[in-house]
Design a protein. Sequence first.
Length: 149
Amino acid sequence: MGTLLDGVNHIAVLTADMERFIRFYQEAFDATVEHDNRNHAGHAGERMVIMSIGGQSAFNVFEVPGNTQAQVQTPMFGRGHVDYFGLNARSRETFEHVRVRLIQLGASDGTITDFGSKLSVFFRDPDGLEAEVLWNKDTAALAVGSRPA
């Protein structure tokens, strides 16, 4: 039967500066704003933006006056139930293109980690949220990696 799910619908995140968040994800990933509610849940000043990040996936981004959680910086594996997330690149070329953008934005040193079936590059957004971009190797790339040296 296979899996019952079809990827991730959205990831909810907090930001200290919505405009900066939007700019970064537009510049890094060509993300688009699909919805912008500047009076979320009837709370004056609370803003919720839905940003499409590709396929059926999105960020639900919240800017909440007085909430300082977006500024909290905690080392990996100390962040709670969700430590970080990974975003899929469409192709090897897209992976490299995004990697260069992240370096230019000062969000990554560009180090690539090879996990066998995928390549990864970590980044940190302007709020300090850590994440990674991954390319799932295609059949040809996997075959080249399995040849004896």
